[in-house]
Design a protein around this ligand. Structure first.
Ligand code: CMC
Length: 429
């Protein structure tokens, strides 16, 4: 294959290097385009822009492939745990037994949240969205856990990673308990990562929570499926904010804010709201499908479509199976699942959805799983955020270790007014 591509502008020709990834993906390296030609590229929404080289996650949107560090997500969902997958993403390899044990001890050691932080949680208005609370509190972590100069840089970074993974989970459960006016449940050293979360959410002095291993498994799968997704909106936000060399807490807080949006991590909440609306209007999905196809109506079928996947999102299939398993185990008949299945059946055969390559994404079934677990609707994006943490951390780490690291600073094509003279206030109008 050629190593360069030729660009001809105004009769002058330029050679642009081609970069080939390990899975054969080819990119045009335009780093010197402006200095050599005076041109920039224009790519709204970065749909065609590779912002970095990365060896963490591989996605093939045409074939519906997702792999973390080379491992298919289907295998990780079946055999791994979220804790182990987090280790894999951050460190690049599956841990040996002693490494995994050490990681668990660290997660346990860092699971408590500074008691002074509890006041912050108490003082948010009761109706504050948990994503707003989480992003603020993650930013505040920096003030409570400043760097210790005696520690080596590597030790400090590892502690920060573990602290985030462990404390964000504790804080999410704390904010839920406080929103209900209930007593906080502290993390327990004898419980696994996922079991601990469920216990902190649902244990109560008047009704002890009984850990259900099937729900723990389902939560592991849910978080594994969300653990990374290469350069998505929130990860790009973490890399971009991190590129200014802010501390990791601030970069992750920016990622949480990006994830909050209904087109990204907020979609799992929007899907359930949409299914509920269909249910309340009699259960027929047809008018909603018609609205989604109407160009004059801003309504979209939530949980459908993806910037990269032009076929089934591989995570959606696993999530659907998990959904069926959880509902069967809990003996729940959720009418929203029936509606979701009917909606999917009709939409995937509809010419509009076929022509636009719109298939169910990870969020289509995940909300029904979370609902069955007892997770309140407004906490769905928080569940996504806990899952995405290992991805954000590993992508931030990779960007910081990149010898070609650069401050992220895109350019633009200016389309505003040309230079004009200032008009004093009394001469305007
Ligand atoms: N329902 C109806 N039409 C849609 C939908 C949808 N869900 N998604 C895209 N389209 C249409 C859109 O109207 C446009 O049509 P046309 O070309 O005729 O004007 C075309 O498809 C392309 O849309 P786009 O917004 O330019 O495509 P995108 O790649 O920017 O969109 C997306 C990706 C996820 C924002 C979009 O599919 C969407 O809004 N989906 C619903 C929200 C959702 O489920 N988000 C979760 C994504 S998965 C979790 C995650 O990784 O964040």
């Amino acid at each position: 294959m050629e190593k360069t591509a030729k660009l001809v502008v105004n009769g002058k020709s330029y050679e642009l290097p081609l970069v080939v990834g390990t899975e054969g993906e080819i990119a045009l390296d335009i780093s010197y385009l402006r200095s050599e030609t005076g041109l920039i590229t224009l790519d709204p929404g970065y749909a065609n822009t590779g912002s970095c080289k990365s060896c963490i996650t591989f996605m093939d949107g045409e074939k519906g492939i997702l792999r973390y560090r080379g491992y298919p997500v289907e295998q990780l969902a079946e055999y791994s745990s979220f804790r182990e997958t987090a280790y894999l993403l951050i460190n690049g390899e599956l841990p040996l037994e002693n490494e995994l044990n050490r990681f668990s001890v660290m997660l346990n050691d860092h699971s408590l949240v500074h008691e002074d932080m509890h006041h912050f949680f108490q003082n948010f208005p009761r109706r504050a969205h948990p994503m707003g609370i989480l992003s603020s509190m993650v930013n505040a972590l920096r003030a409570f856990y400043p760097e210790i100069p005696e520690r080596s840089e590597e030790e400090e970074i590892n502690i920060t990673f573990t602290r985030l993974l462990s404390k964000v989970r504790t804080m999410a459960a704390m904010s839920y308990k406080i929103s209900r006016g209930h007593k906080i449940v502290y993390p327990r050293h004898d419980l696994s990562y996922c079991a601990n979360f469920l216990n902190m959410m649902f244990d109560s002095p008047v009704k002890p929570y009984v850990i259900d291993e099937d729900l723990v498994d389902a939560l592991n799968v849910f978080w594994i499926l969300h653990a990374d997704h290469e350069q998505n909106c929130s990860t790009a936000a973490v890399r971009l904010v991190g590129s200014a060399r802010v501390n990791l807490y601030a970069a992750i807080s920016a990622g949480i804010c990006a994830l909050w949006g209904p087109l990204h991590g907020g979609a799992n909440q929007s899907v359930v709201e949409m299914l509920q609306e269909i249910h309340d209007s009699g259960g027929n999905p047809a008018p909603f499908i018609a609205r989604a196809k109407d160009r004059d109506d801003p309504f979209r079928l939530m949980g459908f479509g993806h910037r990269v996947y032009k076929t089934y999102d591989p995570r959606a299939r696993i999530m659907e199976k998990t959904c069926n398993r959880v509902l069967k185990k809990l003996k729940i008949h959720d009418p929203l699942l029936d509606i979701a299945k009917r909606l999917e059946e009709v939409a995937v055969k509809d010419a509009y959805f076929i022509d636009h390559d719109l298939y169910p994404n990870v969020d289509f079934y995940s909300g029904i799983v979370l609902r069955a677990m007892g997770i309140p609707l407004n906490m769905f994006p928080v569940m996504f955020a806990i899952g995405r943490l290992p991805g954000w951390i590993s992508q931030w780490k990779e960007s910081m270790e990149d010898p070609k690291w650069k401050l992220h600073r895109p350019r633009q094509v200016y389309t505003g007014l040309q230079e004009r003279d200032y008009v004093p206030l009394n001469k305007r109008g």
